[in-house]
Ligand binder design. Sequence first.
Ligand code: GLC
Ligand code: CA
Length: 536
Amino acid sequence: MEERKWWHTATVYQVYPKSFKDSNGDGIGDLAGITEKLDYLQNLGITILWICPFFRSPEVDNGYDISDYMDINPKFGTMADMEKLIEEAGRRGISIIMDLVANHCSDQHRWFQEALKGKDNPYRNYFIWRDGKDGKAPNDLKAAFSLDAWQKDEKSGQYYFHQFAVEQPDLNWANPAMRHELYDMMNFWIGKGIKGFRMDVIELIGKDPDRKITANGPMLHPYIEEMARETFLGKNLFTVGECWNANPDETLRYTNGKELDMVFQFDHLVIDEGKNKFDILPFDFIKLKKTFRKWQEIFSDRGWYALVWDNHDLARIVSRYGDTERYWKESAKMLALTLHGMKGTPYVYEGEEIGMTNMDFENKSQLDDIESINFLEAEKEKGRDEKELLRLISLRGRDNARTPMQWDATRNAGFTSGKTTWLCMNPNYRSINVAAEENDPDSILCFYKTLIHMRKEGKYSELLVYGRFDMLMEDDEHIFMYTRTLGGRRLTVVSNWGGSEVEAPSVGNDDRIVLSNYRENGSVLKPYETRLYANC
Ligand code: GLC
Ligand code: CA
């Protein structure tokens, strides 16, 4: 059996600081707002809190463009607010992990401003510069957000490399001076009491743009090993890397003890995507199950898996794989149990626990996300209809996840006391909100609470954390079924992934239902019915 870690029984909660809770009425969430809601999080049962970037930033990509890693964005508060948040969280048994954006920074960062001064500047080599070819960019590499990956600097005539927005120049990891400045910064935050890192697009740091290698470059693992040694290794911290392109070998290497505790891997969330996230293909349920089975098997006795439906870059899961029209509550709970019953560490993104849904974006002015806006502009130019593009953005755009948290049914959902919010509220906050669910034992929120507590402590904790995973009925078109076993003890999860009734599969003789989203469970599975059986 694997070595036990303090975070094995944890569920991680992710906060997008701009949208969680505003404490001063300016319509923007902030650090003091998070502190206000720590009791809520403690009650939910989570013990790790990942907060998206709260550092100084011009916010071209909402804080993932950092202009000072060791200072707080004044919109979110002060260093004293951050220190208070860390302390108050610790008092409630909650460890804070920060978002480490190490692949790139903001063009407003002092390093880049210095680098722009000329080829001889000591900071020039913190970034990746190349001469053009025949008056054009060095090569045809593309960046995210519908852009070219090279940007010309008129002053020097050279191009710098960026894998995201033009305002997010890539850091040059080949430069040891740059790497050690980042390590110092990480140690600064460890000194402040943070308990780990979520590493933004960490798979890109070993890039080799001349050979057109971006993810999984040759130096990726040596860099991560060095970073681990210089900063978090042996300090009992928690680390997770964001790796969209990780294959099984890569992930096992990341989690071999010298690098990270786990990586995010998103195969189960792109199965219905074509050339990009807005190119939506029919949903293939069996492929989804095969994907989960594959990754559960890879991590059966080595490494560790991250269980994720939602984050700040993804559309809301209940709108994607559930049914918000007819079976909102049932399908949200079904998705929760299907995921939380598996082996790994579950992540809950703010609002997921109350069943927050996608938003209907009706015009461009409602959008904030650079990815969606750039997509809309680029496709409009190709002659596509704006209405249709907005429909696609309402299905998959990142702003779906970023509308403010819905706390209650009062104006602006209790997110702010102010009149406006930085991004529109989802109008369904009048019925979908924390206050409405908090005291309702049948709510999505209470269901999440049950799942989180079950994993953390009590009779089924060990089975949920360490039990062996086996997929059953993999070729069935409606049912998602698997077991978790340890010794002679067994849990079985059975979920109906559709809006029609299907015959319930047979389970072991001594299995009884310990959790479900219906009060009565018979010989058929009702729409989106989910059941957790135990033989112990
Ligand atoms: C990651 C973040 C995303 C950001 C990008 C660039 O994918 O999750 O929000 O835009 O990296 O930093
Ligand atoms: Ca505020």
